[in-house]
Design a protein around this ligand. Sequence first.
Ligand SMILES: CCCCCCCCCCC[C@H](O)CC(=O)SCCNC(=O)CCNC(=O)[C@H](O)C(C)(C)COP(=O)(O)OP(=O)(O)OC[C@H]1O[C@@H](n2cnc3c(N)ncnc32)[C@H](O)[C@@H]1OP(=O)(O)O
Length: 721
Amino acid sequence: MAKKIGVTMEVGNDGVAVITITNPPVNSLASPIIAGLKEKFQDANQRNDVKAIVLTGNNGRFSGGFDINVFQQVHKTGDLSLMPEVSVELVCNLMEDSRKPVVAAVEGLALGGGLELAMACHARVAAPKAQLGLPELTLGVIPGFGGTQRLPRLVGLAKATDMILLSKSILSEEGHKLGLVDALVPPGDLLSASRKWALDIADGRKPFLRSLHRTDKIGSLSEARAILKNSRQLAKKIAPNMPQHHACIEVIEEGIVHGGYSGVLKEAEVFKQLVLSDTAKGLVHVFFAQRATSKVPNVTDVGLKPRPIKKVAIIGGGLMGSGIATALLLSNIRVLLKEINTEYLMKGIKSVEANIKGLVSRGKLTQDKAGKALSLLKGVLDYTEFKDVDMVIEAVIENIQLKQSIFKELEKVCSPHCILASNTSTIDLDVIGEKTNSKDRIVGAHFFSPAHLMTLLEIVRSKNTSAQVILDLMAVGKAIKKVPVVVGNCIGFAVNRTFFPYAQAAHMLTNLGVDLFRIDSVITSFGLPLGPFQLGDLAGHGIGLAVGPIYAKVYGDRMFNSPLTELLLKSGRNGKINGRGFYIYEKGSKPKPDPQVLSIVEESRKLTNIMPGGKPRSVSDKEIVEMILFPVVNEACRVLDEGVVIRAADLDIASVLGMSFPSYRGGIVFWADMVGPKYIYERLKRLSETYGGFFKPSRYLEERAMKGMLLSESQSSRSRM
Ligand SMILES: CCCCCCCCCCC[C@H](O)CC(=O)SCCNC(=O)CCNC(=O)[C@H](O)C(C)(C)COP(=O)(O)OP(=O)(O)OC[C@H]1O[C@@H](n2cnc3c(N)ncnc32)[C@H](O)[C@@H]1OP(=O)(O)O
């Protein structure tokens, strides 16, 4: 059934016209809505029986902002005429400069263009807990309906720049304190209170305030310049590779120096430039890609309902187990933490406590909520209490026999409906469940470390995992504020498999004579938070050495065998875990590159002997990026080819959330499509001619390069799902 969308106007006997936006689910400002708003405001302004106007949104939500689908259309077509000219015609002329007072009745949320419309009203009445913010910068653009000008005038410049640059929303309670919201009323009174407020303005009992004309919260020019200087520093720090933060500050400054109206005009100009930037393309892609992950064919579209998961048992209280336990507890799910002896159990419980304490000390959790979360935790040493758990998550070391015996035992002690999940990052799920008769309820729940902070949850389905179990785990993932991405079963699943060439390529480059600290620095300038060597330190080189053979067994034709990790471990450098890896780790200070490690690198170079003519290979920064990330793209192609992910965009989200691949580059496949499959193919081909199989272009990449297709286009039929 087509959803009903539009703008309605009802004029009451009191002379108040209530204009209502309807566009479920978030009342986004799509083209028909904007046209409807223009029409209704014109009408209300002209009608003699209308004294005042109330603007509101249907179904408990004011508006989630401009329709982001339009950005995507602009990206596909390059056609800027799809963007409406709104900021002057509707927002200034018809709303703010209307002779009849307009009051916004805000409930649920007013975000982006939604909040901008509300700010153009002459007062805002809100229900409690409404979410207010201008998140446009997360989409690579800036507010475009005058938000850059009106927010500073309503809440002050420092607060406004903080909210806009960090895309931080606030609740209506805080908005009330700041002056963004004029009155807070219970939801049931929202419309009547707004009508009354509008009539009070019309009859002169309340002031007729036009936000754009206000200057009382801006302060002096020198004060404003000092705030903007800080904002520029903040922008440099948080968004070094993105244009929208600096552009936004310029636009705000224009309004401070030359007046709000001038700022509105500059805002539209800058918006037009930014909306076509690669950053906006990447970020808008990520917005939709993330939401698409919750649509899983034959799981979410077959009428199944998730079963409630109230109690979860976790086996293993190490780093992963305690992190997963923390995430569950924070979402009010009871947790049984099982260990093999009291010492390990106490360690696990202490880790959970430390995780929760850390959140409290960083102001992310109240003491009360921390206490509540910890009260839901129980440590156990055997399976006695497993009979009524809804799900078990096994998080022990990567040992096949151990996992097999645990699952065999679980089948006996848990109820038949209990979900049996493994947090394995490498081992084949079919192998783990081989000795059980419960293959339909065995599923991978691959969390990323630290599990209570990282948002990605890879849900790994084997050929036997039931749709119901996948749906249940997706619901748990969402409940604990993760982004679940359903993937197929293979060594390394989607994320670790795609990124296994990342470290390998880095090792090859350094064995070719390139300075390892330069490699890290080039890769962090590209936008990944950690270069491959620092990431190796963080993961621990012991793990690298342990999983290497597992990958080699299946992907051996494209492995680069570097002796570096073994040499590092031999010299007692395990990574961050013992304070020494490629870097030195000291409490309270940033990791320092350790020059002493260079003698180990020399030894590795001697053993591999791949430097051309025994001399270090000279490479540009661009070549470093290509030699490290194109092999990752190549593996991503194989993951797509084998149907390990449902759609290419899922791999983008997995790379952004699991590997911190920069979201403004849209994820690994999106980025590769922007660079061009043909270019990547040709570069890899040339590299493989010199350095062998590690760089050999995959069949999928070659095919798309030859056909001039994007990597994200169409999927192979060889699906693993
Ligand atoms: C000639 C040129 C002149 C240029 C002049 C300038 C013109 C400028 C025009 C733009 C001006 C404006 O300043 C720009 C904007 O407003 S950009 C949008 C800003 N808003 C946002 O960023 C909000 C984004 N949405 C969210 O954060 C969340 O969706 C939420 C609103 C908090 C709701 O969250 P939740 O309940 O968890 O639900 P989902 O996230 O799953 O969303 C449900 C579905 O709704 C879709 N959605 C959400 N917001 C939008 C939107 N703004 N536009 C379109 N669609 C939206 C979302 O995709 C989900 O859809 P599916 O169910 O199909 O997946």
